[in-house]
Design a protein around this ligand. Structure first.
Ligand code: ADP
Length: 586
């Protein structure tokens, strides 16, 4: 978080009242969304309402002990983040204070109040290599050089979007701190590796384009049935024990995003601790480097005050946009947006606003959509293309999807991955319910799958969907009358559907090979089940009893494709064996 400089400091106000995270101050000279320092400890807060000479502030730190009469100091600046090399591998709190720096400053893991720390290290030097030279003309947003930030990611240093731009007068390679000028322009503008950006303002772009590329996750149920686009939005509700953590880890590890921004927003303290402990241990399976080399973690546990949940969501999306501007594909995961919504509810009730549904403020839906709106596939102002994909976890109380946060989120996002506690209980993982989930990107991503995987990807997938739908209907009958009462063709369909569930939809995150499934393999598994289906129905028509068809030796081998490294040979052989074993029956 940027610290306000001395010259910015405005006239002090006086605290009038304190109600949890909401503080009112008298006679403060401030504007909406300005950052202020509250009380003698200087707690960070943000102006959320101004009426006459009374200013209402939400405070991002614990306010106990703060009393009326203490001073409030304005900074004249909106809540902003520091952007520059050093954000990857970092773990921040909700107002971009690096947790390790805070711990050091206070000599304990308990975050004290009123401690400020810049979002990026101001003393550390980085090796800057310019990509422009004296005489070149640069505009706002242009890339002027690179810094090898981590073994996985080159940081692109850009002209800040609010600069005018001009002719480069000097551009030096060498080691610099983030505040030293690395490129100078003829109009006097100096470009540093660090920029600041107000978190509530979307970073500008030339154009938001219709996303046409999938964010491949290597998870069959997602890529195969419910794909999200690069630049798309998804919601994932996670009842306890349904595999939310594993799914998120899988996405962070395998999604083909260059950068992952993980916003842990007020989940139960211990869960966030788990993330803080787990993530630094994870390996990036693609590069072999640490996963944190391309990850930025923002961790706001429930022990921190509610107001900070909001700032961590905005901090996260701003950091994501900054990497998007470099031409990277960024995946932002927010866990959980329900906790943020609850924070809005609490602040709103302390402001005595008119409550909407279930006590949430009437602007809940507007806030959520403002946030998801910042996702997209963009043509940046420097003409690179980059994307921000947003995956928001939702925690509906009791798994009830009819509650306001889930409902409002569903109206906004285009992909819905419904984690299902029943499936998890039956050990069907990932426990994404294929009847309730959906993706509105399917059609627009089909051309990509046709071009990059197989021509008949859409048809094969549709066949799988139809079989699964039919299974759902047949299951209702089976529950009433039992499987044996069904005609043979329907019994066969149930068997085919079982393979689709067990061999295709299920995937073991903990198996070295099965943990990631490339789209080609996803295709081949569904395709071999489809050819089993065709051959099986031919045999049935030729009079072979259904038990004999489902009993062939080869069939159970379908369930082992997922764990095969050289799956192509395995599937070729399997397909042949299935056909010949069935052919022998008639
Ligand atoms: P939650 O975070 O929703 O409480 P977890 O993600 O911790 O649940 O998952 C609970 C357990 O379910 C895990 O410890 C693991 O045994 C199992 N599990 C979840 N997802 C998978 C998966 N994709 N593959 C294998 N096992 C899984």
């Amino acid at each position: 978080m940027s610290q306000a400089t001395e010259s910015d400091v405005r006239e002090d106000g006086i605290i009038e009242s304190v109600s949890g995270p909401v503080v009112t101050a008298r006679d403060l000279d401030a504007r909406m969304n300005d950052v202020v320092y509250v009380g003698s400890e200087g707690l960070m807060g943000e102006v959320i309402e101004i009426e006459g000479n009374i200013t209402t502030i939400q405070v991002y730190e614990e306010t106990s002990g703060v009393s009326p009469g203490e001073p409030v100091e304005g900074t004249g600046a909106p809540l902003s983040v520091d952007l520059g090399p050093g954000m990857l591998d970092a773990i921040y709190d909700g107002v971009q204070r690096p947790l390790d720096v805070l711990e050091e400053k206070m000599n304990s893991a308990y975050l004290d109040r009123g401690v400020d720390a810049p979002g990026i290290d101001l003393e550390k030097t980085w090796e800057f290599e310019p990509t422009v030279e004296a005489g070149d003309t640069v505009e706002a947003g242009d890339i002027v050089g690179t810094v090898p930030e981590t073994p996985s990611i080159d940081h692109k240093v850009m002209v800040p979007p609010d600069y005018e731009g001009g002719e480069v007068t000097s551009a030096e390679s060498g080691n610099f701190t983030v505040t030293e000028p690395v490129v100078e322009l003829d109009n006097g503008e100096e470009i540093q590796m660090r920029q600041e950006w107000p978190v509530r303002t979307q970073r500008p772009a030339n154009e938001k384009e219709t996303p046409t590329e999938p964010l491949i996750s290597g998870q069959r149920v997602l890529d195969g049935l419910f794909p999200i686009a690069k630049g798309g939005t998804a919601a994932i509700p996670g009842p306890f024990g349904s595999g939310k953590t594993v799914t998120q880890h899988q996405l962070a590890k395998w999604a083909d995003a260059d950068i992952v921004v993980y916003v842990g927003c007020g989940e139960r303290g211990n869960e966030m601790t788990e993330v803080i402990e787990d993530f630094p241990e994870l390996e990036d399976p693609i590069t072999g480097n640490a996963l944190m080399d391309r990850t930025c973690l923002i961790a706001n546990t429930s022990n921190m005050p509610v107001a900070a949940r909001e700032s961590c969501v905005y901090t996260g999306i701003t950091i994501a946009e900054y990497f998007r501007d470099m031409g990277y594909d960024v995946a932002l995961m927010a866990d959980s947006t329900s906790r943020w919504a609850e924070a809005m509810r609490e602040i709103s009730s302390r402001l005595e606003e008119m409550p909407g549904e279930e006590g949430y403020p009437a602007y809940l839906s507007a806030r959520l959509s403002e946030f998801y709106e910042r996702a997209g596939y963009f043509q940046n102002i420097n003409d690179t293309e980059g994307s921000v994909s947003v995956i928001g976890a939702v925690s509906p109380p009791g798994g009830d999807f009819s509650e306001p946060v889930t409902q409002n989120t569903l109206r906004i996002v285009k992909t819905f991955w419904a984690l299902d506690a029943d499936l998890a209980e039956r050990r069907h993982f990932p426990s994404i319910n294929w009847n309730e989930s959906y993706s509105l990107y399917r059609d627009q991503l089909d051309p990509w799958f046709v071009e990059n995987v197989r021509n008949d990807w859409p048809e094969t997938r549709q066949w799988a969907i139809d079989v699964l739908d039919e299974e759902a209907e047949l299951q209702e009958i089976v529950q009433l009358v039992g499987k044996d009462a069904l005609p043979e063709d329907q019994q066969l369909t149930l068997e085919i559907a079982r393979y689709l569930r067990e061999a295709w939809l299920q995937q073991n995150a903990f198996h070295d090979v099965d943990t990631y499934c490339e789209p080609e393999k996803t295709y081949r598994i569904m395709d071999v089940i489809q050819s089993y289906n065709e051959a099986a129905f031919e045999a049935l028509e030729a009079g072979v009893p259904v038990e004999e068809i489902t009993d062939i030796d080869a069939a159970p081998r379908i369930n082992r494709i997922g764990v095969q490294e050289d799956y192509n040979e395995y599937v070729d052989q399997l397909e042949e064996d299935i056909k010949s074993q069935l052919r022998e029956k008639y």
